[in-house]
Ligand binder design. Sequence first.
Ligand code: ZN
Length: 299
Amino acid sequence: MTQIGQCLLCEQTSALQHSHIIPKFVSDWQKKSSATGYIRNAKAINKRFQDGDKEFWLCRNCEQIFCSWEAPTAQHIFQPCNRRDTRPYAYGSWLLKFATSVSWRSVHHLLSMDRDQFQAGDAILVQDALRSWREFLLGYRPNPGVFEQHMILFDLIGSMADVDSIDLPGNFNRFLVRGTYINIAHAKGHPLFVFSKMGRMCVLGFIGIKSPHHWKGTKLHVNNGHIGGDVVIPVEFLGYLKSRAEKLQSEYGAMSEKQRKLIRQDYDNKTECAIDSELFEATLADIEMFGKERTFKYS
Ligand SMILES: [Zn+2]
């Protein structure tokens, strides 16, 4: 499917592709590894999704450039991470480009849903970040400048002992390894970073972070590096993750009784598929950590 218009990246008028906001390899994985083979999107919880969100943004050429960064990211980071291969993972110049393209797409998508979500000064800052990212993607500048890209690779949390200072919601393991969504994190109303969660792999595009040195082991470098080793993150970020998991839980609470019944039937009818799935494993981890009642609480 195509549509004639101005490409958001190169700004040439061209036939625009119907391209994914979150890369296709992410929705493919979500489909394959879920118990029932369908994607559920929090925006339309009562509808079954078979594909990720798309927009007519990019010309064929720019879409192919994005694909050239997505392929190595899927092969050398995303898939090894899901297979739980020994970390950390080595990367080349494609990873910072990939991460920047994800942050750039995520902010554009969030702006397309609500143009007026930022106050004047913040709106200028967000536009500065978008400009830096675009110029870096097009090769007009050597790096994204202060609008750094960071990556965190999550895994299941083994026990409460690791995180005893925070009262976590009963879906936290499922949230960490399965959740896919995009969001702009704020502090006192000002944008801090755009957070693109693609299952275990998440990208943070810094917008208004004042103390980037509080983040260690997460920053992506221009030419090469390793990702997925030891990290230091500010304690506020854990609080942010907790609040996102709680939001996801309450959005699932909005699911209709009919839909819940369908999910239960899916589990019943595809027992083997459900037991093999990563979602099933993450649900077991939640039961072990929080007990059954908290695991299946939807509010
Ligand atoms: Zn283009």
